[in-house]
Design a protein around this ligand. Structure first.
Ligand SMILES: [Zn+2]
Length: 117
């Protein structure tokens, strides 16, 4: 297999596991939820109760009846915005470096820290 010459850049997601986010595009627009986990390589995030898909499962010992299970499918990170804990609005994320040298995310709307400094 020839190696692709285009190296895919892995973006640092502005959304992280545990964040509360709002969906700003797509069929779930306006909904809010908690980020269960982030997939930086795919630029996607999985959000609690958002983008549920039905999966047909074979019967297992654990689930002898098998059948249909619902679970979250990843959505593109550009379709979500972090909800700022200070002002409560969905916002774009900026960064600042604290006095101790720690990089924290800040709200572009109220300039408050999203991460604990
Ligand atoms: Zn804010």
């Amino acid at each position: 297999m020839p190696k692709s010459s285009t190296t895919k850049k892995v973006h640092r997601l502005s959304v992280r596991k545990g964040d509360r986010v709002e969906i700003i595009a797509g069929k779930e627009k306006g909904k809010k939820g908690k980020v269960l986990f982030a997939l930086p390589k795919e630029n996607r995030v999985v959000i609690e109760s958002i983008n549920m898909v039905k999966r047909h499962a074979r019967p297992t010992q654990k689930v002898p009846q098998g059948g249909i299970q619902e679970r979250e499918a990843p959505i593109h990170a550009s379709n979500v915005q972090v909800i700022c804990p200070s002002c409560g609005q969905a916002t774009r994320v900026g960064h600042r470096v604290t006095e101790s040298g720690k990089k924290v995310r800040i709200c572009r709307k109220c300039q408050g820290d999203i991460d604990k400094a």
